[in-house]
Design a protein around this ligand. Structure first.
Ligand code: HEM
Length: 396
């Protein structure tokens, strides 16, 4: 490795794994671009960071998602950017919407919708599997949860793409900044209207719940609710769309696995777990040091921006023998959903969505192969996944 690697180059977005392996071996805590962040590549140091919010504050997420050129971003005020104990109070309020029981109740609706989506896919004709397959189910689920208008689903994804690209834009890339500023303004306006509407006409959705909720006797402010909705757009939509896309790529790359999972559908959850581990759609976790601290033999100053490379931790040989191998027989792991106080609140929901979407796809199609054109990878520090997958579907 020569010089500081830039994690946002298209080559590294498409395949960062050889670099991660080298970082784990030779430079487990080292500076990377963009922005000279300190990248943590190994499981041991990564877990230390995630378990110690007092030293490694999630304010780092707030800093990275609201650079000076943006001029404000509600997600940087969300619970994703908070530390205990403030973080726990907000998290308690939304927890109930994400329990396994609440998620299981959604299963019949999500299954029916996934089957409808899959039935519309063309056979033996080129199709981009991201808008056609990966997006609709997560957009439907998020829309249902928040009570949003179904006609806005593809707009939600365009907004989420812009919002997650914040972490990949340099201060001098002025032409890429305007669309992001516009997206923040549009999402703010749209979600503010949703909150207003629910205040007038409360329903059985999470926004109405948040309006009714009280923390130590106090109602949440509109800004707090808005910040949470922004967080759901990034945490709930973008990651899950990426997971669906990564599932398609894994089926394409491993036809033997596809045949095995088709023959025994009870293997689908294991397949999804291995896609989560090898693809790590939640890819970089952002923190900032609250004081000078030593990590992996490296002294980090107070205020150092840190990115825990979850995608690298998920391939650490210390935890996963033969880590580069796609192997659905290995035990599943919670690691792709993070660790510590910010552990993903939507993990059961994401697993359910992926299981049902893959089930629907395998029921109807016998194979999937690359279509014309390259797979394009989304540019973001926090998530990783394809934004376009040209494919051909073959009959069962
Ligand atoms: C494949 C899908 C998903 C992956 C890989 C994923 C991954 C993650 C990870 C790694 C974190 C920890 C962030 C950190 O420590 O800084 C996180 C947090 C979070 N996720 Fe997910 N997520 C997924 C789906 C979802 C879904 C479906 C929802 C909700 C609908 C959701 C909502 C959230 C929220 C609200 C947080 C912040 C929790 C907190 O700050 O306490 N995620 N997610």
């Amino acid at each position: 490795m020569s010089g500081r690697p830039n994690l946002m180059t298209p080559e590294l977005k498409a395949n960062p794994y050889p670099l991660y392996a080298e970082l784990r071996r030779n430079a487990p805590v080292s500076q990377v671009d963009p922005g000279g962040m300190w990248a943590v590549a190994r499981y041991e140091e990564g877990m230390y960071v995630l378990k110690n919010p007092r030293l490694f504050s999630s304010a780092g997420f707030g800093l990275a998602t609201n650079p000076p050129w943006l001029g404000g971003n509600p997600v940087s005020q969300s619970m994703g950017a908070m530390d205990p104990p403030q973080h726990g109070r907000l998290r308690m309020l939304v927890n109930h919407a994400f329990t396994s029981a609440a998620v299981n109740r959604m299963e019949p609706r999500v299954r029916a919708f996934a089957q409808e989506v899959v039935a519309k896919l063309p056979l033996e004709h080129p199709v981009d599997m991201v808008p056609a397959f990966a997006l609709p189910v997560p957009a439907f689920v998020l829309g249902n949860l928040l009570g949003l208008d179904a006609s806005l689903h593809s707009q939600l994804k365009r907004w989420a793409d812009q919002l997650t690209s914040v972490t990949a834009i340099r201060p001098d890339e002025t032409e890429r900044q305007e669309p992001v500023r516009q997206a923040v303004a549009d999402v703010r306006r749209y979600f503010s209207e949703v909150v207003e509407r629910r205040r007038r006409e409360p329903g059985e959705d999470l926004v109405s719940d948040l309006l009714r909720a009280r923390v130590e006797g106090e109602a949440l402010t509109d800004d707090e609710i808005l910040a949470f909705l922004f967080l759901m757009l990034l945490g709930g939509l973008e990651t899950t769309v990426h997971l669906m896309g990564l599932c398609v790529l894994a089926l394409m790359e491993h036809p033997d696995v596809m045949a095995r999972v088709r023959a025994d559908r009870s293997l689908i959850p294991r397949f999804v777990e291995e896609v989560l581990r090898t693809g790590a759609p939640g890819h970089g976790l952002l923190r900032v040091t609250t004081e000078e601290v030593e990590l992996g033999g490296v002294r980090l100053p107070k205020g150092a921006r840190v990115v825990v490379l979850l995608g690298s931790l998920c391939r650490d040989e210390a935890l996963f023998p033969n880590s580069e191998r796609f192997d659905i027989d290995r035990p599943g792991s919670q690691l792709p959903f993070g660790h510590g106080p910010h552990f993903c609140i939507g993990a059961p929901l994401a697993r359910l969505e992926a299981r049902l979407a893959v089930e629907a796809l395998l029921e109807r199609y016998g194979g999937v192969s690359p279509g014309p054109g390259p797979v394009v990878w989304h540019r973001s520090m926090v998530v990783r996944g394809p934004s376009s997958i040209p494919a051909l579907l073959h009959p069962a």
